[in-house]
Design a protein around this ligand. Structure first.
Ligand code: BEZ
Ligand code: FE
Length: 302
């Protein structure tokens, strides 16, 4: 990715050119005047103003403009049913997290949200509470347990938890269908009569976001690493409550302070301590020692 810019183009735009560009912006904004949907009108006119200002500020050469179009074209061409390069681009530019933050829950007692990411693209298999979502049995055994609660502390029986995580080598099932069975690392659980949930898995590890496409090229050109700290994804939902899309991050994981997609929130970092408690091992049907984490997902009322 080239950032070359010829030095003889550093002169600012002349007054005449500036006037012409302002006129052009006005013309494009006016062209949207008859848009029936007021929100679409607002979005398109703001987009036009901001993009035109960006061009006026950075004065791209024709070559740079073609490079930008080429980058977006490659981003589209890289996208498929199992690969979402545009979400990845939004993630590494911090846009996903910006949208998340603006739309985030207002109740300070509710679990904070974070990015969805590009790998929630397949239906999670329905599983019984206590099931093991690690179908390969490759990592450090881990038990995840908690409750789904309303913001006032009331348990939410029947709450649904959609869970997905990468394998210990850092790949989701959809990334390596030849190695992982479909549904590996995924589960759709229903909380019990007291809002409780529990399942078995393997300890997640930090992993790089996919770098074999244009987004990887962007990270390389900007000397940024592609790693995300170890985490498990959740979407928790319950009747009468706003669903939350979030992660639980493993305390002490590498990259907690430099997540490639800027998605770490302190309240989401959880202890996954090693335990060899025989009664816990018996309760969850696992061999000692194993990793254990316990947390509540708190939903605000809709
Ligand atoms: C993920 O955690 O699955 C993810 C999020 C953003 C970009 C790439 C991966
Ligand atoms: Fe992930």
């Amino acid at each position: 990715m080239s950032t070359e810019r010829t030095t003889d183009r550093t002169a600012r735009l002349s007054g005449e050119v500036t006037d012409r560009t302002a006129h052009l912006t006005g013309e494009v904004v006016d062209s949207f005047q008859r848009t029936a949907d007021p929100r679409l009108h607002e979005l398109l006119t703001a987009l036009t103003r901001h993009l035109h200002d960006f061009v006026r500020e950075t004065e791209p050469t024709m070559q740079e403009w073609e490079r930008a179009i080429g980058f977006l074209t490659a981003t589209g061409q890289m996208s498929s049913d199992t690969r979402q390069e545009f979400i990845l681009l939004s993630d590494v530019l911090g846009i996903s997290m910006l949208v998340e933050t603006i739309n985030g829950h207002r109740d300070p007692g509710a679990t904070e949200s974070t990015v969805l990411g590009p790998f929630h693209m397949t239906q999670s298999p329905v599983r019984e509470l206590g099931a093991n979502i690690d179908l390969v049995g490759s990592g450090e055994p881990c038990v995840v347990r908690g409750r789904v609660l309303s913001a006032d502390g009331t348990p939410l029986p029947g709450a649904v938890l959609d869970v997905w995580q990468a394998d210990p080598e850092g790949f989701y099932d959809v990334q390596r269908p030849d190695i992982q069975p479909a549904g590996n690392g995924r589960g759709l659980f229903t909380a019990d009569a007291e809002g409780r949930f529990w399942f078995r898995t393997c300890l997640p590890s930090p992993y790089p976001i996919p770098t074999d496409g244009p987004v990887g090229e962007l990270l390389k050109a900007t000397d940024r690493h592609p790693y995300r700290p170890a985490h498990i994804h959740f979407i928790a939902s319950a009747a009468g409550h706003a669903p939350v899309t979030t992660h639980i991050f493993v305390a002490g994981s590498a990259y907690l302070d430099s997540d490639a997609v800027f998605a770490v929130k302190e309240s989401l970092v959880q202890d996954f301590a090693e335990t060899d408690d025989p009664s816990l091992a018996r309760e969850f049907g696992v061999a000692n020692p194993f990793r254990y984490t316990h947390f509540d997902l708190v939903l605000e009322t809709a």
